[in-house]
Design a protein around this ligand. Structure first.
Ligand SMILES: NC(=O)c1ccc[n+]([C@@H]2O[C@H](COP(=O)([O-])OP(=O)(O)OC[C@H]3O[C@@H](n4cnc5c(N)ncnc54)[C@H](OP(=O)(O)O)[C@@H]3O)[C@@H](O)[C@H]2O)c1
Length: 257
């Protein structure tokens, strides 16, 4: 349970049907917000709205399609007149040896992770109120140099850069922009995007946990709580930062302790 009060706030979480987006939606609702979630798959969207319960509203939309995102912004404007919190979370990608990268994979990761974030924020400008908080989902992968993750990591480095530029672009409207960079958080994406079996995930979690000062991998609520903090007035003086939420994995050497 979070301590930040978001009573009466209107939030939009893209890709809020599973994983980190769903966890953030849960935490935002518990803090008092009304939360719009989006996703491309209708049945997954409906199931997520039902699971989230009161306070959740689903809109089927693809972040890489401008008309979809304009419809989302227009719907929120019509219903509430404004938007207080935007978590641009939808994204994904997987490791592929550089020699085997296809144009399709490059286009898909750039289209969802970069173009999608730009379209999400650009269309939301028509409904974001003065003093609103935008949080973009980046990743610790952006600066780890992980094997095979070059394009994905570059998209997340772009997201961090966008947050800094937009902090300047939107200062006149007092709209804050920050990124959150999650560490290792097993989600549906590990199976869907990375094609890992349950056993692969269990083996990876056991191995990587030893290298995390917190002694465990993250949960979707660990990230959701950070999103609530960046969405709340408690972070009002925080702008243009990248909040790393990885149990200390990339800040502290814990590998051989
Ligand atoms: N899990 C981690 O360890 C981790 C670490 C760092 C950063 N991240 C970032 O966290 C975000 C969420 O990842 P996750 O692990 O939670 O993955 P996930 O469980 O696969 O969730 C992805 C969500 O995004 C939606 N989505 C994907 N493409 C979309 C599109 N074009 N338009 C609208 N919605 C779309 C998915 O629904 P549909 O497929 O139905 O559209 C789903 O709701 C991503 O940006 C990822 O890069 C994850």
């Amino acid at each position: 349970m979070t301590t930040h009060n978001l009573n009466g706030r209107i939030a939009l979480v893209t890709g809020g049907t599973t994983g980190l987006g769903f966890g953030a939606a849960q935490c935002l609702i518990e803090a008092g917000a009304t939360v719009y979630i989006t996703g491309r798959r209708r049945e997954v969207l409906d199931a997520a709205v039902e699971k989230l319960g009161e306070g959740a509203i689903g809109l089927q939309a693809d972040v890489s399609v401008k008309a979809d995102m304009q419809r989302v912004a227009d719907t929120i404007k019509q219903a509430h007149g404004h938007l207080d919190i935007l978590f641009a979370n939808a994204g994904g990608g997987h490791a592929t040896p550089l020699e085997q990268l296809t144009e399709e994979q490059i286009d898909s990761e750039l289209s969802i992770n970069v173009k999608g974030v730009v379209l999400t924020v650009q269309t939301a400008l028509s409904v974001l109120r003065e003093g609103a908080s935008i949080i973009l989902n980046a990743s610790i992968t952006a600066d780890m140099g992980l094997k095979g993750f070059g394009v994905y990591a570059a998209t997340k480095a772009a997201v961090r850069s966008l947050a800094r530029s937009w902090t300047t672009d939107l200062r006149e409207r007092d709209i804050r922009v920050n990124t959150v960079s999650p560490g290792v958080v097993p989600t549906e994406g590990y199976g869907k995007e990375q094609k890992m079996s349950d056993q692969d995930v269990a083996d990876y979690v056991a191995h990587v946990s030893k290298e995390i000062p917190a002694g465990r991998v993250g949960t979707t609520r660990d990230i959701g709580n950070a999103v609530v903090f960046l969405a709340s007035d408690a972070s009002n003086y925080i702008r243009g930062i990248d909040l790393i939420v990885d149990g200390g994995m990339t800040r502290v050497y814990a590998g051989k302790n």
